[in-house]
Structures are given as structure tokens and as C-alpha cells.
Ligand binder design. Structure first.
Ligand code: ZN
Length: 301
């Protein structure tokens, strides 16, 4: 059996999964992302330990590594990551040297787009946008059948100004991410209700059941997402917009209000279908596994 590992380095945790050629997940293990690891040495050690937890020595034939931020994907370099503090770090080769296993390298959002394009909600579609919503918000752009990133800089939809009133991690005010990320929604509810620890999924359910405060916060967040979608639709004309990440677990409670708000803001534009990712919050993991399988002779077969 061909086994590969998917590794997603996020701002707060590193997630790993053992995946076979049929894209079945056999084991997972997570660990906190090391802080202030400017040379990447601690991060590659943590990844190595995670891999030894999910598989026996020699079992993993390739690794698909995803990281956030601006990347040089061809050369395996993290150009810049605000959350990780990396600058021009050759993280792909550092990891390959540490674990002595071939490493494929990609962006945490575009790996999810890859999974949806090959085998998910964007399969057979030429123009699609994949938007995972979790701690942050970004977009994987599928244009004319290809995932496009404009040298790794494109897709930062979380930092367009949707007129929200909150401060954003990027230093601006009004960004989509500060209004509609899972983190923004839980923070807004905690702040307004005085009750901490309520998840965005629970807030969606509360909103649906008539909790006035939850309804206001949820609807404001959905309206901001629709505003960003209106920009994307006008500029890029996707046939489908796919929502992933933690917030996608809310299903139609997410899709329906965005669809309604978006419909009211389009005139001449081609209206896209709005759907939840086929792989849900796992799209990034599956995409990493696909990249790793691509490194093996004969691909995943
Ligand atoms: Zn911002």
C-alpha cells in the first residue's frame, strides 16, 4: 500500500495525516506550532515527531507540506509569513533533509483548491473559487481550469475592505477577515454576550433558532462574505464558489444567507453556484496528500 503524509503548518497548530492512494485518512496527529522559530529548525523537528506518531519508519513514501503566507512554490521557499515569522525560509528542503523523505510543497489554501478541482466541488468546472474560512480567510483561484496565484501573492480576499468596523491583524480596519472569520464571529459573540467558548457552529445554530444576538452577529458576518463574493464574481466570474474550513461545517446556515445577499447585489454578472467543499474542512489535507502522491512513480496508482 502506498502511504503518504499530509502536513499543514498553521499559525497555531501543525496538523499531520497518514493518507493512502485512495485518499483515505488512516491516522492523524497534531502539535502546537513552535513560536519564534525563525530558522524553521524547531518546526521540522515537530513535523518529524508527528510523522513518527502516525506511521512506522519507512512507511511514508512522500510528504505534502502546506504553509500559509507568500510562497515561492517552485523553489519550496516561504517568502513571508506574518503568523510564523518566516522570511525567505527554504522550508521544503529543510524538512526533506530532516526526514529524508521527498517533500512536495504548496500553499495551505491552494492545496484545498487542488483537492476540490481534481475530485471535489470544482471537478469539471473551469472557473471556481475555493474559500476556506477558519482563523483566517483566503481564496484559492481556479481560472480557466488552472489554480492561479500570481507568483504566490494572489487570493488574499480576507483583506479586502468590506466596510466592517473591526481592526484586522494586517493593520487595517474593515477587512473581511476581521468581520467574518470563525475567530471574528466567536470573538464578537463572546464580547457582546459575555459568554466565552461558544463556537461559530454553535452561534450559527443559535442564530437559526432565534437567538437575537447570535442572529445579528451571524447575519453581519454572512453579509460581509457576500460583499467579498460580489467583488470576486464581478472581477473573476467564477461558475462556483466553494466554502471550506471550519465555518463550512455550518452547511446551509452559511450558504443560504450568503446566496440571498449575493443575489441582491448582482445585476449583469453571471451568478455562481455556492456550495460547501466536497472534502469539507479536510480539503487542505487531501490536497497535500495529492501533491505527495504526485511525487511517487505512477502517481497515486
Ligand atoms: Zn486585514
Amino acid at each position: 500500500m502506498k502511504l503518504v503524509a499530509a502536513v499543514d503548518v498553521g499559525g497555531t497548530s501543525i496538523k499531520s495525516a497518514l493518507v493512502d492512494a485512495d485518499l483515505r485518512i488512516f491516522a492523524t496527529a497534531n502539535a502546537p506550532t513552535p513560536h519564534n522559530d525563525l530558522d524553521g529548525n524547531k518546526t521540522v523537528k515537530v513535523i518529524s515527531e508527528l510523522l513518527s506518531k502516525i506511521a512506522s519508519p519507512g512507511e511514508i513514501k512522500a510528504v505534502g507540506l502546506a504553509v500559509p503566507g507568500a510562497l515561492d512554490e517552485t523553489n519550496g521557499i516561504s517568502r513571508w509569513s506574518g503568523n510564523l515569522g518566516w522570511k525567505n525560509l527554504p522550508i521544503r528542503d529543510l524538512l526533506a533533509r530532516e526526514i529524508n523523505i521527498p517533500v512536495a510543497f504548496g500553499h495551505d489554501v491552494r492545496t484545498g483548491a487542488l483537492a476540490e478541482l481534481r475530485n471535489g466541488a470544482a471537478k469539471g468546472v473551469n472557473n471556481a473559487i475555493f474559500i476556506p474560512i477558519g482563523t483566517g480567510i483566503a481564496a484559492g483561484l481556479i481560472i480557466d481550469g488552472k489554480i492561479r496565484s500570481s507568483d504566490g501573492f494572489a487570493g488574499e480576499i480576507g483583506h479586502v475592505d468590506v466596510g466592517a468596523k473591526f481592526d484586522c491583524v494586517c493593520g487595517k480596519k474593515g477587512c473581511l477577515e476581521a468581520a467574518s472569520s470563525a475567530l471574528a464571529i466567536t470573538s464578537a459573540y463572546a464580547h457582546a454576550s459575555g459568554k466565552a467558548g461558544i463556537s461559530s457552529e454553535e452561534i450559527a445554530t443559535l442564530a437559526h433558532s432565534g437567538d437575537v444576538l447570535a442572529e445579528k452577529i451571524w447575519n453581519d458576518a454572512m453579509t460581509s462574505i457576500a460583499t467579498a463574493c460580489q467583488m470576486l464574481v464581478t472581477v473573476l466570474a467564477p461558475e462556483v464558489i466553494i466554502f471550506g474550513g471550519g465555518l463550512s461545517q455550518s452547511g446551509n446556515l452559511l450558504i443560504n444567507p450568503i446566496t440571498k445577499a449575493l443575489a441582491g447585489s448582482l445585476t449583469f454578472q453571471r451568478a455562481p453556484r455556492l456550495v460547501i467543499a466536497h472534502y469539507g474542512a479536510q480539503a487542505g489535507t487531501i490536497g497535500c496528500a495529492m501533491m505527495a502522491l504526485d511525487l511517487l512513480p505512477g502517481g497515486g496508482n
